[in-house]
Design a protein around this ligand. Sequence first.
Ligand code: FES
Length: 172
Amino acid sequence: MHNMETAESNIQFKPETLKEIDRIIKQFPEGKQKSAILRILHMAQEEFGNWLSVDVMDYVSRLLHIQPIEVYEVASFYSMYNLNPVGKVVIEFCHTGPCCLVGAEKILKHIQTSLNIKTGETSSDGIFTLKAAECLGACGYGPMLQIGETYYENLTEEKVDNLLLTLRTKHS
Ligand code: FES
């Protein structure tokens, strides 16, 4: 059994989550437990308010018996991890070349204007956070964005308006 206690802070996964984490870690050979980090960071984000504070990342490093910097590096590399508090809906907008060639910049500007925020910010009603993402692998269907596990593709200003309205209604 791995040491799942945290002496340095009150952050603690629920017992059932710790059990699942222990199971995941044991799937990797001795010395390779670090490979469980992506899954565990997802679980941390789910359980601790949809973002990863330094305290949470330090906690994960202790669970995996690795240095905190190793967790920071992974968490800051992938856009699906939030390093600051976010709104209820996190929009990951692809701003890579192929999507830009088919109008991503115009759509992004439209979203920024509609929500009155810049990329990286959260709307004043606390509902939307807008993030820029590198290629999300749907280049043939750009402009596109991702919310949670759902892709929204071939975006137009009208489609974006409808999407934002639907989400705002749902989360108000
Ligand atoms: S460039 Fe946007 S999905 Fe690939």
